[in-house]
Design a protein around this ligand. Structure first.
Ligand code: UD1
Ligand code: PEP
Length: 449
């Protein structure tokens, strides 16, 4: 059964919303728990997301014992029975590829389905493989799978990344923890999720230094054990609620948001005229003046995050003046532009930049989430559009947002989720029309005050 979000615009957001654990931290940490040859890992604040369920399935298919209750995952990886991550799971979620480093270094052999490209770009994995090869692995490709083998333990190496890839940094860092000798990773990604993973690994007994800087040094150890760890709050989810608050002219406290992780987003919001008041437990966002247009360029951390680009574009549509949004991280991350245009937005794409005309008179329309963040951005636009916005492609949103509608409704938004029958394709007949089922248009109950 497919779903849609129905957003009725015009509500000002006020109150408090709590941020969940970070999707982009919990996924590599779950993968890293495969390194624990003794004891179990307990991962606290693991958000109930489709992506988390998918990677848990991958771990189970490798023979690990996994339980998930009340946002706590326990992983027992003492005995693994397989080193192969099948297409079934990797095709659902690229981050499953992060099991490659842990499996290779612990078992000396792994076979993983090739992660495909996706809506936002081709997303190659050459830097991951370059790192494994430098550590002595032999890589072969065939039938949609990548196989890596090492004779004995991997060996520490000096590795320079051509791009500061988050995934390659994580995969190589994990592989290096059990390698013989020291690995020095240069031009490493500096995202807070890298630091969270390093803290998890160090808790397991690894020796990782310099995470959060461009050079990470990993001294290999013989064995790692399970550890208890709390995942950092999701900075992209926090940023999404900041944008939602700002577009609605609201006053919202985002509980759990770590302002240090959101420097570039906060700077841009302040430049637009939004008041941001961070404290030790979260960030308050007050939008009591007309918003001003600003230019935004996505960059690796600490630059402006690509995962906030589409939500920011929604906000710029409601600002005074013209903005230029430049995407430098992924080559095809403007799919939301066409959808915004269906809502009466005026945006022109020129290569890697989008020229966004502000003061848009947004109108509700039937639109589709082309990826996770595009979905959130369409909902943000729907908050101020005239009439009703119907957002399809909700499965993308479910990958990365915990109770998005409930959390926004808790702030005063008016969002429903409805079920929609999937169109059936039959050989001899034209595809049937999408039929909206006669489900009562129940309002999702707010879970937060
Ligand atoms: C699960 C997770 O944490 N996902 C995040 C992670 O994705 P992910 O780890 O896949 O993103 P990367 O940092 O690897 O990608 C950044 C850029 O590097 C390129 N590249 C990457 C690897 C490689 O071997 N070769 C190469 O050329 C990519 O095509 C892209 O243009 O970081 C992205 C960039 O902040 C975020 O948008 C994603 O939300
Ligand atoms: C692109 C994203 O995630 P992933 O790398 O898991 O596709 C995202 O979180 O916006």
């Amino acid at each position: 059964m497919m779903s849609k979000f129905i957003v009725r615009g015009g509500k000002r957001l006020t109150g408090s919303v709590k941020v969940s654990g970070a999707k982009n931290s919990v996924l590599p940490i779950i993968a890293a728990s495969l390194l624990g040859e003794e004891g179990q890992s307990v991962i606290i604040d693991a958000p109930p997301l489709d992506d988390v369920m998918t990677i848990n399935k991958v771990l189970e298919s490798l023979g690990a014992g996994v339980t998930y209750r009340d946002e706590v995952i326990t992983v027992n990886a003492e005995k693994l029975t397989s080193c192969e991550a099948p297409y079934e799971w990797v095709s659902k979620m690229r981050a499953s590829f992060l099991v490659m480093g842990p499996l290779l270094t612990r078992m000396g052999h792994t076979r993983i389905s090739l992660p495909g490209g996706c809506a936002i770009g081709t997303r190659p994995i050459d830097q991951h493989l370059k790192g494994f090869e430098a550590m002595g692995a032999e890589i072969s490709l065939g039938q949609g799978y990548i196989e890596a083998r090492s004779q004995g333990r991997l060996r520490g190496a000096k590795i320079y990344l051509d791009v500061a890839s988050v995934g390659a940094t994580q995969n190589i860092m994990m592989a290096a923890t059990l390698a013989e000798g020291v690995t020095v990773l240069e031009n490493a990604a500096k995202e807070p999720e890298i630091v969270d993973l390093a803290n998890f690994l160090n808790g397991m007994g690894a020796i990782v230094r310099g995470a959060g800087t461009g050079v990470i040094r990993i001294e290999g150890v013989e064995k790692l054990t399970g550890v208890t760890h709390t995942v950092i709050p999701d900075r992209v989810e926090a940023g999404t609620y900041m944008a939602a608050a700002a577009i609605s002219g609201g006053d919202v406290y985002i509980e759990g948001a770590i302002s240090d992780h959101l420097g570039s987003v906060i700077a841009k919001l302040e430049e637009m005229g939004v008041t941001i008041q961070p404290d030790e437990n979260g960030v308050r966002v007050i939008a009591d003046r007309p918003l001003k247009a600003v230019d935004v360029k996505t960059l690796p951390y600490p630059g402006f995050p690509t995962d906030m680009q589409s939500q920011m574009m929604a906000l710029l549509l409601a600002s005074e003046g013209t903005s230029v949004v430049t995407e430098t991280v992924f080559e095809n991350r403007f799919m939301h532009v066409d959808e915004f245009q269906l809502m009466n937005a005026e945006i022109k794409v020129e290569g890697r930049s989008s020229i966004v005309t502000g003061n848009a008179k947004l109108k509700g329309a039937k639109v589709t989430a082309t990826d996770l963040r595009a979905g959130a951005a369409l909902i943000i636009a729907g908050l101020v559009a005239e009439g009703t916005t119907e957002v399809g492609g909700v499965h993308h949103i479910d990958r990365g947002y915990v109770h998005l509608a409930e959390k926004l409704n808790g702030l005063g938004a008016d969002i429903y989720r409805i079920s929609v029958d999937e169109p059936k394709l039959e050989a001899t007949k034209a595809p049937s029309e999408k039929v909206e089922k006669e489900v009562p248009m129940f309002k999702v109950q707010p879970t937060l005050a």
